[in-house]
Design a protein around this ligand. Structure first.
Ligand code: BG6
Length: 459
């Protein structure tokens, strides 16, 4: 099974999950730093955002390792709070760090994909309401302009946001991201302001004089699979698709907010505050490509006890456990590679066959270090099997004409993950926190190198 010539084989991560030095070298606090200082006990094993794999100092070693594994694309992010600690003044140390980091990738034949926001809201802005406050849009526009001016010559693909739905759902409809409240109205406003911040960042990019790169957004979309053909389950599926897929995909690619979504929000008295010029801005600032993060499918059924107007998404659709599901025993998530084929077809048929790539996919394994052999190497055949199964489905979609141009595994070196700390490890390379951040390539790392060399694998 061969992938198209020039297919990108990459790995993905983010600044807050890898850099470390979380309150050093001029960086100011993010919501994660602040939350950890207030409530360390809610973080797995009390491991907070300072306990990363120390990419800030070790990136030259990591890039060497990537080169050794023949990786050609690396997706990470810039920390807003590091680049502009107070939102206005440039941190020169951060400029030097990121310029050296991106240059090192280029020197080693690795294409930098750089994202502006990966759940890491600066604390000074959160104190003013974060994405609830429209001022955040203007601040983000300035941050994007600054990043393009400082690093535009080095970056190949720019990304505005990683999984915007996550900071909305986890922060305003559940308790996994700060401010950890449940407020549907605020969640919608945060979603809308995030969308406008994305649009303004694309605008800043188009206004810059950068011509050699592209700009996109990374979304964690999966088609919603309904429990049955029952009309109520079908409605739930449609609503889930509107809220969790089309809400960002349609404006990003087609430049419009779906009318059906507006009507749904209106019916539930959830319409956000908007500005007159917004619709034009959305229409004028569509993206060049889409990144899709895919881990598990979304299975939905009609809500059991819906309230009206809806107080949270469970009044519109409920998630359900498909009886035939296959579970990743190490992480508890459903494994359903077929969704990648479905996504490929949706991108082809509903989104103008825009260039897209898998920007994250991977297998989390709890307490993975226990599988290490006496030399410290992890024999993660389960991860290899997981990747293969997903690539088979992706390949099928590409063969049928979907414009997918790459695959990025989450992640390279095991990294810190929000409230989960190091509970689930995903890397091709394991990390020993007790031994000076020692990196050891897992079996999957060498397998990934062979995959890249063959631009595919024997089935
Ligand atoms: C992705 C996020 O959705 O999931 C990453 O973009 C995160 O930031 C990854 O680390 C894995 O999550 P978890 O909860 O298994 O550690």
């Amino acid at each position: 099974m061969k992938f198209p010539k020039g297919f990108l084989w990459g790995v993905a991560t983010s600044a807050p999950q890898t850099e470390g030095h979380s309150l050093e070298n001029g960086k100011s606090a993010t919501t994660w730093d602040k939350w950890f200082s207030l409530k360390p006990e809610i973080f797995n094993e009390n491991q907070g955002p300072a306990t990363t794999n120390n990419t800030y100092e070790m990136y030259p070693e990591d890039i060497k390792l990537m080169k050794k594994l023949h990786i050609t694309s690396y997706r990470t992010s810039i920390s807003w709070a590091r680049l502009l600690p107070d939102g206005e003044h440039l941190n020169q140390e951060a400029v030097t760090f990121y310029r050296n980091y991106f240059q090192e990738m280029l020197n080693n034949g690795i294409r930098p994909t750089v994202n502006l926001f990966h759940f890491d809201m600066p604390w000074w802005l959160m104190e003013k309401g974060g994405w609830e406050n429209k001022e955040a849009i203007t601040k983000f526009y300035f941050y994007a302009q600054t990043a393009f001016a400082q690093f535009g010559d080095l970056v190949t693909d720019w990304v505005t946001f990683n999984e915007p739905l996550v900071h909305i759902e986890m922060g305003y409809l559940s308790h996994y991201h700060y401010p950890a409240i449940v407020d549907f109205k605020k969640a919608v406003q945060v979603g809308y302001n995030t969308l406008m911040a994305h649009v303004m960042a694309v605008k800043a990019y188009r206004e810059s004089n950068i011509r050699h790169s592209r700009i996109g957004i990374i979304l964690n979309v999966t088609p919603a699979y309904a429990r049955s053909n029952d009309p109520q389950d079908q409605t739930a599926q449609n609503v889930a698709d509107l809220l969790l897929s089309k809400s960002f995909l349609d404006p990003a690619v087609h430049g419009v907010i779906p009318e059906e979504l507006i009507q749904l929000l209106k019916k539930h008295q959830l319409l956000p505050e908007t500005r007159k010029k917004d619709l034009d801005l959305i229409q004028q600032n569509t993206v060049d490509f889409i990144g899709i993060n895919y881990y598990q499918p979304l299975r939905v059924k009609a809500p059991s006890n819906p309230r009206f107007p809806a107080k949270d998404t469970t009044d519109l659709f409920e998630q359900y456990e498909w009886p035939e599901r296959r579970i990743n025993p190490y992480r508890g998530w459903e494994i359903y590679p077929e969704a990648l084929y479905d996504i490929a077809m949706i991108m082809k048929t509903q989104y103008s066959n825009i260039p897209w790539y898998v920007s994250e996919n991977g297998m989390g394994v709890a307490d993975e270090l226990r599988y290490a052999n006496k030399d410290g190497q992890i024999n993660d055949q389960y991860r290899i099997d997981f990747i293969k199964e997903h690539l088979v489905q992706l390949h099928k979609g590409i063969t049928q004409g979907s414009n997918c141009c790459g695959y990025h595994l989450w992640t390279f070196v095991d990294c810190w993950s929000w409230l989960n700390g190091y509970r689930n490890r995903y890397g091709l390379v394991s990390l020993d926190l007790d031994n000076n951040y020692k990196r050891t390539i897992k079996k999957s790392g060498f397998w990934y190198r062979d995959l890249i060399d063959h631009n595919g694998f024997e089935q």
